[in-house]
Each structure stands twice: as structure tokens, then as C-alpha cells.
Design a protein around this ligand. Structure first.
Ligand code: SAH
Length: 236
């Protein structure tokens, strides 16, 4: 083989391998961005729960973000996922996960599956996640990816106002859309000693993230911080 042919062969192999190499470095880049996200957006802002930190470091957020937004996956903000909805900012996902004090034996109900990202973070920690989405195409897309990645997540397309009675009561309920009031069926479906985290307030205004605790007959709630979530919609 002449020197020139050898060079040509090497070039051809190089060009053929280019997509593989690029794809690999892209994945590594996302991994680096994810560990930076955990350090600067989450740990430095005071999230300490080891389960939460591990899950945030593990779940590939970019898999839950639409293709045209993918390069922003690890930035410090919510992102559009279509149908006027958003995937929450990473810090908010971590905050809402830590606040329920998730444990491996927990069964958690999430209202507002959206991209499926919050469900995935919870599924890394708890025994089972039940998640409800009202916008069918969003629910179906999230279901496809969650079923591929996990065997402890159930997705239902329905109005989450009524919860998921069949599997109640839950150790914790995480609501990721802002409701004007706390839906009574959700309080009912909390275990004794269970907690619910829910943004409460008017649509498109600043809302309050509330922590609701159920102890016997007593329901207590307190405001944690101002937030801005997409509205809780109703099927009626
Ligand atoms: N947890 C999501 C955040 C999605 S935004 C994530 O990690 O990506 C909130 C979602 O709540 C939206 O997808 C919206 O369609 C959904 N939603 C709003 N009202 C709802 C309702 N009544 N029942 C179920 N889902 C609802």
C-alpha cells in the first residue's frame, strides 16, 4: 500500500468515527455540566439530603428536555416543554424532593408529570412514584421515557385534582402546578404523618410554596418561599 493510500484510509476511518467521538464527548460534557449544576445550583444553596444530591447527580436531565432546548438542560432556570408547560428549575426540583424527606420505602404521588424529570428524581430514591398529567401528549412522552428508565413509576393521564385513590394513602404528595386552593382529595389521600408540597396562588402571579402536614385529624400548613409555577388546570 502506498503511503498516500495509507493516509487516505486513515482519513476515511477518522471521518467515519467522527459522529461516535462527537456523541461521546457530548455525553461527557452533559455529565460535567450536571456535576457543576449539583455543586453550584444545589449544594451551595443549602440542599443537604444525600438521597436528593445523589439523584440530582444521576438523572440525565437532558433526556427529559425537548431536542431544541437540550443545550440549556443544566442551566439555572425552567425550560419550555411544549403545550405552554415547563420543566422546573433544577434547584426547585431538588428543594421539593428534599422537603418531603424521601426514604427508600416511600410511595409518592406527583401531580403534574410534565417532562417526567421530577418523577425520575423521586424514582431514584423512593419505592414507587405515581404521577398524573392532564395534557395527554406530555403524559405519553414522559411515560415512554420513564417506563424505559424505571420499573417503579406509574403514569396516569387524568385531572390530578382527584389524586389516585386506588393507590392511596401516600407517604408524600408533590404538586408541581400552582393551585388556587389545596385540593381536598389530595389531603384525604395523604397518610397519617404524611406531607404534601404544593404551590398555592393565582395563575401567572407569584405563589407560595406550602408544606402541608397531616397528623391524625390535624392539618397544618406553612409557607416556605415565593415561587412561580404554571397553573393547575381543571378538566371541568
Ligand atoms: N414536574 C414537572 C413539571 C411540569 S409543569 C417536570 O418535572 O417537568 C406542571 C405540569 O402540571 C404541566 O405539565 C401541566 O400540564 C400539569 N398539570 C396542570 N394541571 C394539572 C392537573 N389538574 N392534573 C395533572 N396535571 C396537571
Amino acid at each position: 500500500m502506498s503511503f498516500l493510500t495509507k493516509i487516505m484510509n486513515l482519513l476515511v476511518v477518522g471521518i467515519l468515527l467522527l459522529p461516535v467521538v462527537c456523541k461521546d464527548s457530548k455525553a461527557q460534557n452533559f455529565e460535567l455540566q450536571r456535576s457543576q449544576m449539583v455543586e453550584t445550583q444545589i449544594r451551595e444553596r443549602g440542599i443537604r439530603d444525600r438521597h436528593t444530591l445523589r439523584a440530582m447527580g444521576k438523572v440525565p436531565r437532558h433526556l427529559y428536555v425537548p431536542q431544541n432546548q437540550r443545550r440549556f438542560s443544566y442551566t439555572d432556570r425552567p425550560l419550555p416543554i411544549g403545550y405552554g408547560q415547563t420543566i422546573s428549575q433544577p434547584y426547585i426540583v431538588a428543594y421539593m424532593t428534599e422537603i418531603i424527606k424521601p426514604r427508600p420505602d416511600f410511595r409518592v404521588l406527583e401531580i403534574g408529570t410534565g417532562s417526567g424529570y421530577q418523577a425520575a428524581v423521586l424514582a431514584e430514591i423512593v419505592a414507587h412514584v405515581y404521577t398524573i398529567e392532564i395534557v395527554e401528549p406530555l403524559g405519553e412522552t414522559a411515560r415512554a421515557i420513564l417506563e424505559k428508565e424505571y420499573n417503579n413509576v406509574s403514569v396516569k393521564i387524568a385531572d390530578g385534582y382527584y389524586g389516585w385513590e386506588e393507590y392511596a394513602p401516600f407517604d408524600a404528595i408533590v404538586v408541581t402546578a400552582a393551585a388556587e386552593h389545596i385540593p381536598p382529595p389530595l389531603i384525604e389521600q395523604l397518610k397519617d404523618g404524611g406531607v404534601m408540597i404544593i404551590p398555592v396562588g393565582s395563575p401567572f402571579r407569584v405563589q407560595q410554596l406550602m408544606l402541608v402536614e397531616k397528623k391524625g385529624e390535624s392539618i397544618t400548613s406553612r409557607s416556605l418561599m415565593p415561587v412561580r409555577f404554571v397553573p393547575f388546570t381543571s378538566s371541568d
